[in-house]
Design a protein around this ligand. Structure first.
Ligand code: X2X
Length: 339
């Protein structure tokens, strides 16, 4: 470009325009611009509380740590984003322990069918020895994990064909499951035909009839508008409690000065506590709302489903897979024997 009077004038004008927008020192460009990904839309309590957490982190770090949220699998399906987290393409990621088991095999132990009878048992275990065990496994695999797991909820079953009332109704049932050996094995034990599909493709899979059902906590049924593609049956099977570990890339985490790590961890963990309260409340109160959207609820006797799993050798098989030590931690945490 040749320098002409016109160019000089344009440059000067641009400079004059830009000047008022120069940020004051406190709002300097962030030293650490990081991304956090998950599979939930912004309306899910995970992202509502995460939005608050990243705002507090930005403020308390005086603008140094700026974490941007990528909801709804915007960066890819869960199993792809797990790869990006390992390579550092994304710095933070919220993921179900059961899907995480594709990288950290024993991480799925908290998702064993019917391990937890209620939320009290869940938080006691996950904030106690069982959670500590899982986090140890995750750290050994080279990832960072925050202390507090976020809630997904107790999983329920939807069906567009027959009502699911007894375990026998699951025989031959084409059901979508998240990508994980534990999920596939659970439905194999029921004699179903499980199809491993990432959450990013679930809505379409239901819409096109690739599967006849899926299972998720009520809060997910709501934010994913499952009634649009999956009426009418909703069975309260409560077959698995699921959560989201907040994971970090090790290199990105180590790059943060210690005081910044503390700010990040403190705020993520505080938001986890609030998110747990939100999701528990939703899972307890959404029934009426989902009914008015068209779901017909079936009450089931969860004991029949648990017995069926035991009969099929599900618990014995997973005790063997996780090993005696891990299994003992699980059974101590829940205060009863499963296998
Ligand atoms: O994929 C699912 O079904 C979901 C949203 O519950 C999980 O993240 C495991």
């Amino acid at each position: 470009m040749t320098i002409t009077r016109r160019n000089i004038l344009l440059g000067a004008a641009a400079g004059a325009l830009a000047a008022p927008f120069i940020r004051p020192d406190t709002a300097r460009a962030a030293d650490f611009s990081y991304k956090i990904a998950n599979n939930q839309p912004m309306e899910h309590p995970s992202n509502i509380r995460l939005t608050e957490a990243v705002a507090r982190i930005l403020e308390e770090s005086s603008g140094a740590v700026d974490i941007q949220i990528f909801p709804s699998n915007q960066l890819g399906a869960d199993t792809d984003v797990l790869g990006q987290l390992r390579s550092g393409g994304v710095e933070f990621f919220q993921l179900s322990p059961v899907i995480l088991s594709t990288l950290v095999p024993n991480a799925s132990i908290s998702g064993i069918g019917y391990a937890f009878t209620d939320y009290d048992a869940v938080w006691q275990a996950m904030d106690g020895e069982l959670g500590a065990y899982a986090r140890g496994q995750i750290e050994n695999a080279g990832l960072v994990v925050m202390d507090k797991i976020w809630d997904n909820g107790f999983r329920q079953t939807t069906s567009s064909t027959k009502p699911i009332v007894t375990p026998a109704d699951l025989e031959g049932f084409k059901i979508r499951v998240p990508v994980s050996p534990l999920w596939t094995s659970l439905y194999a034990a029921f004699g179903s035909a499980p199809a491993s599909i990432n959450f990013a493709e679930v809505y379409t899979a239901l819409q096109t009839g690739i599967v006849d059902g899926q299972e998720n906590p009520l809060a997910i049924m709501k934010v994913a508008k499952m009634w649009e593609v999956q009426p009418p049956g909703l069975s309260m099977t409560s077959h698995m409690w699921d959560g989201f570990w907040l994971l970090g890339n090790r290199r990105a985490w180590n790059a943060l000065p210690e005081d910044m790590q503390q700010i990040v961890a403190k705020n993520f963990n505080a938001s986890a506590d609030q998110q747990r309260a939100d999701v528990m409340a939703l899972n307890a109160t959404l029934k009426g709302e989902l009914e008015s959207e068209g779901f017909v609820f079936n009450d089931v006797d969860p004991k029949l489903f648990e017995d069926k799993l035991r009969e099929a050798g599900f618990y014995a098989q997973w005790k063997d897979t996780y090993g005696e030590d891990a299994w003992a931690i699980l059974e101590t945490a829940i205060g009863r024997n499963l296998a």
